[in-house]
Design a protein around this ligand. Structure first.
Ligand code: GAL
Length: 346
């Protein structure tokens, strides 16, 4: 072969190598693009306060539900609506396909709704329920939570059964139950509704009650302890019943009685709501007479399934959506009789 022939052959070989290489690169590029598109789903989550006991347990469940093709971006809004709005904006920029929002201020969802609508990113609000008019403002808005009315009613029923069955709860024997209420945040749907329905259910069940006071303790154990300590100082051992809007505040009341050195026989009957791990332990030990289980595992899996379906264009009609927008998990009563079933789920 002369020099010219050799040059031509080398040229053809190089051309073939180049063509195969480019095709391989194109295929690889295509596969990578497909993988990013179909298999890598990013879901954003922002919490009003990551130190809230119930929500941190809900997030533990949510993280366990995640499938391998999902990554998450999770933020703590530290009780600032402004911070939360910025987090949602950042998550949209980062490519989150759905964002789960535990609103800081349930009356102020406008910025987040507008961001979702403008960028066509569905928003699943959870746990802190916004008003229906806001949820109707765009088709890509959803709510996952529970029915606050039911939790109040069930707590009232638990307290009524205990008061009717055990005359020793009426420590001073005046035929009335002297009670206090520990409330969550002012303006929170669960706090407002639980307080009202718990007390009304108790009264409807024929228990005569005498309200000795109430305190807002923001779902928080330490704040509840401080408030109940003040009440013990003012009212001595006269409180016969504590209705707390959640377990952490019920536990704060228990902490206050322990710190005050009140003998166990002189404690009031104490009821919570949530069935957190510490709450269930207190029911098992008998320090809390009962709680109402707030189905965090059910809420977590429902939120994940809905987010996944929305992110992948999948069906949502088999997910139990009411009015195409709401998923609400039922509450359940927990006492020493069935607490074992709930502890087994932990
Ligand atoms: C309630 C729950 C409280 C607290 C609150 C935060 O549903 O019972 O413990 O987590 O949500 O929004």
């Amino acid at each position: 072969m002369n020099i010219l022939g050799m040059k031509k052959k080398i040229g053809r070989v190089l051309e073939t190598i180049l063509t195969v290489g480019i095709t391989a690169l194109m295929l690889a590029g295509c596969t990578m693009a497909d993988r990013t598109d179909v298999k890598q789903i990013k879901i954003g989550v922002t919490l009003y306060d990551q130190y809230d006991t119930f929500l941190s347990e809900l997030m533990e469940d949510f993280n366990q539900d995640l499938t391998k093709d999902v990554t998450t971006e999770v933020y703590n809004a530290s009780q600032s609506q402004k911070t939360q709005n910025e987090q949602v904006s950042k998550m949209i920029e980062d490519g989150c396909r759905v964002i789960c929002v535990n609103l800081v201020d349930r009356t102020d969802p406008t910025t987040i709704i507008d961001l979702g609508r403008k960028n066509n990113v569905p928003i699943i609000f959870f746990n802190r329920e916004l008003v229906e008019e806001d949820l109707q403002r765009w088709s890509g808005l959803y709510y996952v939570g529970a029915d606050a009315f039911q939790s109040g009613i069930l707590q009232g029923e638990l307290a009524a059964v205990a008061c009717n069955a055990d005359p020793s709860i009426d420590k001073n024997g005046d035929g009335m139950i002297q009670y206090i209420v520990l409330e969550g945040e002012a303006g929170h749907q669960d706090a407002i509704v639980r307080t009202e329905y718990s007390v009304n259910t108790l009264i409807d069940a024929g228990v005569k009650v005498d309200k000795m006071g109430y305190a807002i303790a923001n779902w928080n154990r330490a704040q509840a302890q401080t408030k109940v300590t003040q009440m013990i100082e003012q009212k001595g051992e006269n409180i016969e019943l504590v209705l707390a809007n959640n377990d952490d505040m019920a536990l704060g009341a228990i902490d206050a009685y322990k710190a005050a050195g009140t003998p166990r026989s002189k404690w009031p009957a104490i009821f919570g709501i949530d069935g957190t791990k510490v709450g269930l332990d207190a029911v098992q030990s008998g320090e809390m007479l009962g709680t109402v289980y707030n189905d965090r595992a059910g809420q977590a899996i429902s939120m994940f399934r809905l987010a996944y379906a929305l992110a992948t264009g999948g069906k949502t009609d088999n997910l139990g959506l009411e009015d195409g927008k709401y998923i609400r998990l039922p509450y359940a009563k927990v006492t020493s009789a069935n607490v074992g079933d709930y502890l087994d789920r932990q």
